[in-house]
Design a protein around this ligand. Structure first.
Ligand SMILES: Cc1ncc(COP(=O)(O)O)c(C=O)c1O
Length: 360
């Protein structure tokens, strides 16, 4: 068996020990005689699995008790609708910060449910920066301020949560959750799809301050009403049981790595290796401003785009896959989620140097 270095933006690489454990437990979970996939979500075995996953997530992210952790479905794209349905709470609208493709999708969807004030946009920079906080035109009456913590496509990441005063901050953290410590109390709500740093696609994590739930629009489907989901401990409908189980294994793995401070140090080492090289060569170019470069998704371009196909072919021949940039921006993108080992980035940089020496 040969495993590749998988630079996919998501679904993405998972830690190998997690996959091995899941394989070993596939037919018989802890003497139950069943696969986790075959368990009732109301049975004692699965209830224990879900409770442990939540407890580990709370421990890793230091989630205070006044926040609910919800295991939902539909991914971040569904949450783009579910958030305004639940969070407008009688307000006319909400503020959104536009930092790229994923912010734009959130904005478009929210407009169906309320007034959207785009309080700042990085469009003028070609989405290579985050607009300075002082330039944001926030509405003090807004229900919430929405940001995308890490733009998976553009590779722009907030280095720290912005201060938005008393209005709740809502963050799409799909591609940066668990990559570094987060001060949860700075947020009213955090959401993200699981398929980057958490586990398989199909699970959405929502972390929401308790006092913000209970005011959903009357049209909100029950399965998407945070109060209904919270009151039923994420079991109002059948939750994505296997994805929750794998998420729990990933959380155990993360804890064994030393938790989020240790994984952040690891992620910084990996990202620095690639960015430092990109900054020393004219053959490749990293478009994002240094102050807001993503630790997780590193977009880069070859100056001579006619070499793109050859670059990708050579990478694949060396066991490095999914380096093609998103179709909306072109070029390359290396996603360096938690499960990407340092050796993967070392191999990539070595190959980039080799390619440059042949074609530069
Ligand atoms: C930041 C961000 N938001 C939203 C999404 C959409 O997630 P999903 O397809 O799981 O709904 C993605 C997926 O890549 C993402 O990276």
């Amino acid at each position: 068996m040969t495993r590749v270095f998988n630079f996919s933006a998501g679904p993405a690489a998972l830690p190998e020990p997690v996959l091995r454990q899941a394989a070993a437990e596939m037919l018989d979970w802890h003497g139950s005689g069943m696969s986790v996939m075959e368990m009732s979500h109301r049975g004692k075995e699965f209830i224990a699995i879900a409770a442990e996953a939540e407890a580990l997530l709370r421990e890793l992210m230091a989630i205070p008790p006044q926040y609910k952790v919800l295991f939902m479905q539909g991914g971040a794209i569904a949450e783009n609708a579910i958030v305004p349905m639940n969070m407008l709470r009688g307000h006319a609208g909400a503020d959104y910060i536009d930092t790229g493709e994923w912010s734009k999708k959130s904005i478009k969807e929210a407009k169906k449910y309320g007034a959207v004030n785009v309080a700042a946009s990085a469009a003028d920079s070609g989405y290579t920066t985050i607009p300075p906080r002082a330039s944001w035109k926030l509405d003090p009456a807004a229900a919430y301020v929405h940001i995308c913590s890490n733009e998976t496509i553009g590779g722009v990441e907030y280095p720290a949560p912005p201060d938005v005063g008393a209005v709740p901050l809502v963050a799409d953290m799909s591609s940066s959750i668990l990559s570094r410590p987060v001060e949860v109390t700075k947020y009213g709500l955090i959401y993200g799809g699981a398929q980057k740093n958490i586990g398989p696609a199909g699970l959405t994590i929502v972390i929401v301050r308790e006092d913000l739930i209970g005011g959903a629009l009357p049209c909100t489907p029950s399965a998407f009403d945070y109060k209904v989901v919270a009151d039923n401990e994420s079991m109002y409908n059948t939750p994505p049981t296997y994805a929750i189980y794998i998420a729990g294994l990933v959380f155990q793995w993360l804890k064994a790595q030393g938790g989020l401070p240790a994984i952040e140090a690891h992620n910084r080492r990996k990202a620095a290796l690639l960015y430092d090289y990109l900054d020393t060569t004219a053959f490749y170019r990293a478009p994002v401003a240094k102050s807001c470069r993503s630790l997780m998704n590193v977009p880069f371009k070859l100056e001579d785009e006619s070499l793109d196909a050859a670059f990708l072919k050579g990478a694949e021949a060396r066991g490095m896959v999914q380096l093609k940039g998103h179709r909306s921006v072109g070029g390359m993108r290396a996603s360096l989620y938690n499960a990407m080992p340092l050796e993967g980035v070392q191999a990539l940089v070595a190959y980039m140097k080799e390619f440059e020496s042949q074609h530069g």
